[in-house]
Write a protein that binds this ligand. Structure first.
Ligand code: LMR
Length: 408
């Protein structure tokens, strides 16, 4: 019966994007979706992606055949090296298996689906997310019927990490819980643990026999340094954890719509490790086949060319520094404009402390709605701002509008 289907709400983020597009105000500003924009507020095709595209198009052997179920092998092995590090013991000891996925979302989903089938669970266990987290995490894990709980993450008071809250909730979670962690450039807060804090988190996770699941959507995009942004993942691997990693190439290659990503399962060192990953890979293949058959080729071919060619790789690193650097400049500009307006040095320090695509400004939902109405500045209701939407032409305008609504 057709009336069995209730109307669902529009996706908040894509709804915001549509509202921005409908707005005809000349000075409107899009600080909603997490997608890089250049200083002219335009999407940026990375020069290295253009170079790789030229090479691909000239290849007389290029065809449109299916990829294998696990995806393009040159891509997944390079993606694995990128996230785990070329000298990773997990790679040397063949303790990792990697599947190409529909970007980061597909990787999180494949991991969630796999865990929902094979992770041994007691009735009290759950998947723990940071509060807040990327909105889609909730939907993806709910869709595979895994129970969800949260650990504190953002302190509204310091606008930084609530480290004690995070640690104690993870420590109190039932043994063997799944702990979802953002590898770097936490979405939506832009707040990451320090290396020492990561070490403490890993100790708590080990003590409680929890299972870490890293979501890595910003490697290289956050700091401009690929290895620096993978530090937490590589540290956990060095500690011998069995874990999942979801890896997206949307942001760091600007390949948003091409859906290039990878899912990695890594097991700890043991005589059975190769056997374990072999069995895991066999099940992932069954799941992947029933869901998408095999992943899309174009984005993976572009990324693979770059990841496997030293000259193109260098060019990519320069492109990453361009994106990360522009965002860091915009953080400084926004903060200094805001502090000049209110005369309180240090009052917007969190904007320059936070890292990556987003800033969690501390603005309330009414303030977000007000700034949208008054100044046509679009950001998500939780006060998250996509820093890439700022540029030298609009940063002063946005600062003035922010200053106004937070005073009211
Ligand atoms: C975001 O959070 O804005 C991005 O990760 C885009 C998305 O798919 O939600």
């Amino acid at each position: 019966r057709q009336d069995n289907v209730p109307q669902a709400p529009e996706d908040p983020l894509f709804g915001l994007m549509a509202a921005y597009r409908r707005d005809e105000f000349e000075k409107k500003v899009d600080l909603g979706i997490g997608a890089y924009r250049d200083n002219n507020a335009k999407p940026w095709v990375l020069p290295v992606v253009k170079s790789a595209d030229d090479v691909l198009r000239k290849d007389p052997n290029l065809n449109h055949e299916y990829l294998p179920i696990a995806g393009l092998a040159d891509f997944t092995t390079a993606a694995q090296r990128l996230i785990l590090g070329a000298d990773s013991p997990a790679i040397k000891e063949k303790r990792a298996t990697s599947f190409q996925t529909i970007s980061g979302t597909g990787a999180v989903h494949l991991g969630a689906l796999f865990l929902s089938r094979f992770y041994p669970r007691s009735s009290n266990q759950a998947v723990y997310f940071s509060s807040p987290t990327w909105a889609n995490h909730n939907q993806i894990f709910s869709n595979v019927h895994l129970p969800i709980r949260t650990y504190p993450y953002f302190s509204a008071q310091t606008k930084g990490l609530d480290f004690q809250g995070m640690k104690s909730t993870i420590s109190d979670a039932p043994e063997g819980s799944i702990i979802l962690l953002h590898a770097c450039a936490h979405n939506p807060t832009g707040v990451d643990p320090t290396r020492d804090q990561w070490k403490e988190i890993s100790e708590v996770i080990r003590a409680k026999k929890h299972f870490p699941f890293f979501d890595c959507a910003y490697q290289g995009f956050a700091s401009g340094d690929l290895q620096n942004d993978a530090w937490a993942v590589q540290y956990f691997v060095s500690q011998g954890f069995e874990m999942c990693i979801a890896q997206s190439f949307a942001k760091n290659f600007g390949l948003y719509g091409e859906r290039a990503g990878a899912f990695h399962f890594v097991t700890g060192p043991s005589p059975d490790a190769q056997d374990t990953v072999g069995r895991v890979a066999s099940q992932l293949a069954i799941l992947q086949r029933s869901e998408i058959s095999n992943p899309p080729a174009y984005g993976a071919r572009i990324a693979s060319l770059v990841l496997n060619d030293p000259a193109l790789f260098k060019e990519w690193e320069a492109n990453l520094r361009t994106m990360a650097g522009r965002i860091i400049d915009m953080r400084k500009e926004l903060r200094s404009n805001l502090e000049q307006l209110n005369g309180k040095e240090g009052s917007w320090k969190h904007i320059t402390d936070q890292i990556g695509m987003f800033s969690f400004t501390g603005m309330t939902e009414p303030q977000v709605l007000q700034i949208r109405k008054d100044a046509h500045v679009y950001m998500t209701k939780n006060g998250r701002m996509s820093m890439a939407g700022l540029n030298t032409s609009n940063v002063e305008y946005v600062a003035k509008a922010m200053d106004k609504v937070v005073r009211e």
